[in-house]
Design a protein around this ligand. Structure first.
Ligand SMILES: O=C(O)CCC(=O)C(=O)O
Ligand SMILES: [Fe+2]
Length: 245
């Protein structure tokens, strides 16, 4: 956890830019939205599927807002800190760098719901280490949904999930790289059975706090029925292609 790492004025700037974009997209009528989702172009369809969930990627945000999510890590010194912490690797801006806003209430267009335990490597990439500098734009973890992580190292997590780079036979609901891990072991009952819940950490975030975790860290939205506020956050991922995993 990197407390008070990012300038609050910068975070406010992202909030304003994103709110503007979210209002633009949520102003589309459900029929217009459906029409866009029904396009034959897979890239276009993916774009709208992501927008529907409030995921605006840096490649979309940057040209529209005129600045990038990566300023979060560059202006705060977190990029340089990462560079010093991993001298064995060059650093690269990940293509998977996106916004998200979460509510457990009545979900409308351009909102996401809480997500259960997963690792990002099961969706994006497992061939290199990537750090997620998870940056909420509102205080969260108490009245607004936060994030919870399982405090376990990369190797221990890969062992627990029985990582197999060649992949197991894919199950009916597997997509992306899910079949390289025993993803079912991240279900609540399995985590409990394996005595993993004692490692769960769900911190409260003040504005400016950032949580760094890897693409092999098990994490989920932290939400409880008493959380009445929504939360917007930005996932700034730095890839470390030569770091050991
Ligand atoms: O924001 C959330 O609740 C989940 C975030 C997440 O899964 C991620 O940043 O990779
Ligand atoms: Fe994730």
């Amino acid at each position: 956890m990197l407390r008070n790492a990012v300038d609050r004025g910068l975070l406010l700037k992202y909030s304003n830019s994103l709110n503007e974009l979210f209002s633009k997209y949520s102003a589309l009528s459900p029929t217009d939205f459906e029409q866009r989702l029904n396009t034959a172009d897979p890239v276009e369809r993916d774009f709208w599927e992501q927008i529907r969930l409030s995921h605006i990627f840096d490649r979309t945000f940057r040209p529209l807002a005129g600045y990038s999510y990566f300023e979060i890590v560059r202006t705060s010194g977190l990029w340089d800190l990462t560079s010093r912490a991993f001298p064995e690797s060059a650093l690269a801006e990940s293509a998977v760098c996106n916004s998200r806003r979460v509510t457990d209430n009545q979900v409308q267009q351009v909102w996401d719901r809480p997500i259960e335990f997963h690792i990002d490597a099961q969706f994006f990439y497992d061939h290199m280490l990537s750090l997620n500098f998870w940056t909420p734009l509102t205080p969260c973890g108490i009245e607004a949904p936060g994030i919870k992580v399982i405090l376990l190292g990369v190797k221990a997590t890969k062992d627990f999930l029985e990582y197999n780079p060649d992949g197991y036979v894919p199950g009916p609901t597997d997509f992306a790289r899910m079949n390289r891990f025993r993803c079912f072991k991240m279900q609540d009952t399995a985590l409990q059975e394996h005595n993993m819940l004692r490692h769960v950490w769900a911190p409260a975030f003040s504005l400016g706090d950032v949580l760094a975790f890897t693409n092999f860290t098990m994490h989920a939205t932290h939400h409880t029925p008493s959380m009445t506020m929504p939360r917007t956050s930005i996932e700034v991922r730095i890839d470390l292609p030569s770091a050991a995993i």
